[in-house]
Ligand binder design. Structure first.
Ligand code: ADP
Ligand code: MG
Ligand code: ZN
Length: 509
């Protein structure tokens, strides 16, 4: 073997994404699209079963959702497109052909901006977004005894005929990390547009990665299409695996074959598919007229598109928020809207951003985790979200105003917030927190705690490093503070203030 140590390998990656568009019914029939917890084959009819003589009728809301998703990805809507029959034979496809727009798509020539591995802005071009129908689902189980050594396969057609958008990128992606960033950004925008719930656990977003590797000596391997990925992690691992596999082949002077491979999640490897290419044949779907989208309709749909996350984040940064805060607050449109409502109700944007990013999101996460633990929610149920919080944005704005006016310390305000989460009104929650009951002014108590902790840094150090197993040192601090207030402070308030100061050293004055 020659001296290969100087060879370098540059990955070239294009990604195809299937997204289930959010509609009430399937794409060519009126069967319900929401089947998550239902019996297999309970959402079927002659059209989505592909029975002879049945006629597809295009669901208008699929076109609208496709346009919205395309616009969210900076694509241009195409005025006239056709549907084709893509023929192949498989038990999950009873008609033996899939109806798809293929490369005459509803939307084309889009782009998304991500950061490359060096942190610089990079544009990933999107070739097209085309509409098509989903296929059924196969379930395999151990043999039922009728055929020796065989496994039994079951087919569920509830998914057959669900509306999909296939989004095809240009080969502009250069690493597994970039791929994950691209699909993350794309998912966020499509969800903002309301075009899909893009729930990965429910299979509403699936990935194929086309991977090739260029060698510094000029050789360029053929592209390998890796199919079968339905999580960000699988996409990342599969691409990393392929880059390594192909680089090794090229380094050893071998040739990379153009093939379809499947990602095996359990083994974390890709394996060549036994069937290299399905037999494919396209004909225009004779049962569907050409799809013509008027300019008026395009403009109407454009008006439905909300402000996108990047634009929102840029605006938040102009309000003085940090890049990180702006990113967290715009990750979901519901959270962004909660924050904006808070600001609209008069809250200081920086403080509101901070409260939403910490307390509000923590409360939402706690509820989600709690729901998961007690199994209160079923797989198909909607997750608890910021909209479900009993604390409405205007109430949070009022709470923040009271901090700004010096009526509440941050520590007490957090207690008040807990009360609000339990459904109390603001006045009740304030009363409950003890803030109104005289004693020691909350702001003064916080200052006192800060000063005492600062003056006893060695004790604080011991507590932080876990040496205070019996809690004696905390009690010691508490005693010092009680003495300073001449017994005026309420012990539980002092304990809470110490705990909070220890947990949030950055809040120490
Ligand atoms: P096909 O029908 O073969 O899947 P598509 O046009 O639907 O063809 O998709 C091709 C995908 O392969 C696109 O995502 C594209 O970016 C990607 N691709 C094209 N050339 C390369 C290459 N040399 N290396 C990696 N990916 C590539
Ligand atoms: Mg393809
Ligand atoms: Zn149907």
């Amino acid at each position: 073997m020659s001296d290969n140590t100087k060879l370098t390998f540059t990955p070239v990656i294009g990604i195809e994404i299937h997204i289930q568009l959010k509609t009430k019914s399937k794409v060519f029939c009126s069967c319900s699209a929401d089947y998550t917890n239902d019996e297999p084959n309970s959402h079927i009819c002659p059209v989505c079963m592909g029975l002879p003589g049945s006629m597809p009728v295009l669901n208008k809301s699929v076109i609208q959702q496709g346009m919205l998703a395309g616009m969210a990805l900076n694509c241009t809507v195409q005025p006239t497109t056709y549907f084709f029959r893509k023929s192949y034979y498989y038990p999950d496809l009873p008609k033996n052909y899939q109806i798809t727009q293929s490369d005459l798509p509803i939307a084309a020539n889009g782009w998304l901006e991500i950061k490359d591995d060096a942190g610089n802005p990079k544009t990933i071009r999107i070739n097209r977004l085309h509409l098509e129908e989903d296929v059924g689902k196969l379930h395999h189980s151990a043999a039922d005894g009728r055929l020796e050594g065989a496994e039994t396969s079951w087919v569920d057609y509830n998914r057959s005929g669900l509306p999909l958008a296939e989004i095809v990128s240009e080969p502009d992606v250069s690493s597994a990390r970039e791929a994950v960033e691209y699909v993350t950004a794309l998912r966020r925008r499509v969800r903002y547009a309301g075009a899909s719930d893009v729930d990965l656990e429910k299979g509403m977003m699936r990935f194929d990665a086309n991977v090739s590797v260029k060698c510094s000596d000029g050789r360029w391997g053929r592209r390998v299409e890796v199919k079968n990925m339905n999580s960000f992690r699988a996409l990342e691992r599969a691409i990393e695996y392929e880059i390594k596999r192909q680089s090794k082949i090229l380094a050893e002077g071998g040739e990379v074959l153009q093939e379809t491979r499947h990602w095996n999640d359990a083994k974390e490897t890709t394996t060549a598919s036994r069937v290299k290419e399905f037999y494919r044949k396209f004909i225009v779907e004779p049962d569907l007229p050409p799809l013509v989208v008027s300019p008026q309709w395009v403009e109407e749909v454009r008006g439905m598109l909300p402000e996108m996350p990047n634009e929102k984040a840029a605006r938040y940064k102009e309000m003085g928020l940090s890049e990180i805060d702006a990113g967290v607050l715009t990750d979901s449109i519901d959270v962004a809207q909660y924050f904006e409502a808070c600001v609209a109700a008069g809250a200081n944007p920086l403080r509101a951003g901070n409260w939403v990013r910490t307390e509000v999101l923590r409360a939402v996460n706690d509820r989600q985790a709690g729901d998961r633990q007690v199994g209160e929610k079923q797989a198909g149920d909607r997750q608890f979200g910021v909209k479900d919080l009993p604390v409405k944005p205007d109430v949070l704005a009022e709470l923040i105003r009271r901090i700004d006016d010096g009526k509440l310390s941050t520590t007490l305000a957090k207690n008040v917030f807990e009360g609000l989460l339990e459904g109390l009104s603001l006045d009740e929650a304030v009363k409950n927190s003890g803030a109104a009951e005289g004693g020691v002014n909350a702001g003064a108590l916080e200052d006192l705690v800060s000063a005492t902790l600062a003056a006893n840094a060695d004790v604080v150090g011991d507590i932080r490093s876990g040496k205070d197993t019996k809690g004696k040192k905390v009690k010691f601090l508490q005693g010092l503070i009680m003495r300073e207030t001449k017994g005026q402070a309420r012990p539980e308030e002092v304990a809470a203030a110490i705990e909070s100061a220890l947990a949030n050293p950055e809040n120490l004055k």
